[in-house]
Design a binder for this molecule. Structure first.
Ligand code: ADP
Ligand code: ADP
Length: 232
């Protein structure tokens, strides 16, 4: 099963009368269950690409299918619904809600986006907190956690509503080296345990070795370096 299919995908921005191709005519396929990294320096187009896959931004040209749906045909409302049902997000600055506890942050999408029944919600939150290793932090607030713990909460939140695809834009950028590797390993373990797909971006060439499938981005152009763990 293919979870993402891009064909001749281009995203351009108009900047002071000039057209900048942030993503230029790229083709790729990502299979369900993959653990994929987009690697490239700042400005190479990683966020632009993830934002399109996440239905936060529309392609300028070409086609982009996510879970079989051509997302360039969706209007704003349909895109929001599709996003809520299909995709989970992890951010470099964690984006936790400061006035909610750990458990409430993880529960939030189940309550606000998907309206799960109370007992199922509570069970899901408990399962996820244990899976990501923060079972004893349920009633803490984000400011009481370390960076690594905050990112664990964010991973649990992204998994909460059983998203088929999780997008993580520079998830390790605000973590120290060892913590960064632990978060990548956690994401990989969660991919196995919860049967989902992870795509993460990074500018850190040390981190990229942890990916099973690797694409590099340079000036909006994409090339595949590793597929299924083998360098080609
Ligand atoms: P990365 O995530 O790899 O740092 P980005 O996707 O943020 O790269 O940016 C890729 C290119 O597109 C850069 O040249 C950037 O300046 C440009 N760009 C990104 N977003 C916009 C925007 N909203 N308007 C104009 N240019 C943009
Ligand atoms: P338009 O067709 O003029 O873009 P929409 O209401 O469809 O109007 O979208 C408004 C904005 O919402 C878009 O510019 C885009 O940023 C975002 N958006 C809407 N649909 C999608 C989609 N399918 N994927 C990504 N972003 C979308």
């Amino acid at each position: 099963m293919k979870i993402v299919e891009a064909l001749n995908l281009t995203k351009s921005y108009e900047m002071g009368g000039e057209t900048v191709n942030a993503i230029q005519d790229v083709d790729f396929v990502i299979n369900s269950g993959a653990f994929v990294s987009f690697v490239g320096p700042s400005g190479s187009g990683k966020s632009t690409l993830l934002n399109m896959i996440g239905c936060l931004d529309k392609p300028s040209k070409g086609s982009l299918k996510v879970d079989g749906v051509d997302i360039s045909t969706l209007n704003r409302q349909q895109a929001a619904k599709f996003r809520g049902e299909t995709i989970g997000f992890i951010f470099q600055d964690f984006n936790l809600i400061p006035v909610l506890t750990v458990a409430e942050n993880i529960e939030y999408p189940l309550l606000m986006v998907q309206n799960w029944p109370t007992n199922e919600r509570q069970q899901r939150v408990k399962t996820l907190m244990e899976a990501v290793g923060i079972g004893d932090q349920a009633n803490k607030f984000p400011h009481q956690l370390s960076g690594g713990q905050k990112q664990r909460v964010a991973v649990a939140r992204a998994l909460a509503s059983k998203a088929k695809l999780i997008l993580a834009d520079e998830p390790t950028a605000n973590l120290d080296h060892d913590t960064a590797f632990r978060i990548i390993d956690l994401m990989k373990a969660m991919r196995n345990e919860f049967d989902t797909t992870f795509i993460f971006s990074t500018h850190d060439t040390k981190i990229m070795d942890s990916a099973e499938s690797l694409f590099t981005l340079e000036d909006g152009k994409l090339s595949q370096k590793i597929q299924g763990g083998q360098v080609r």
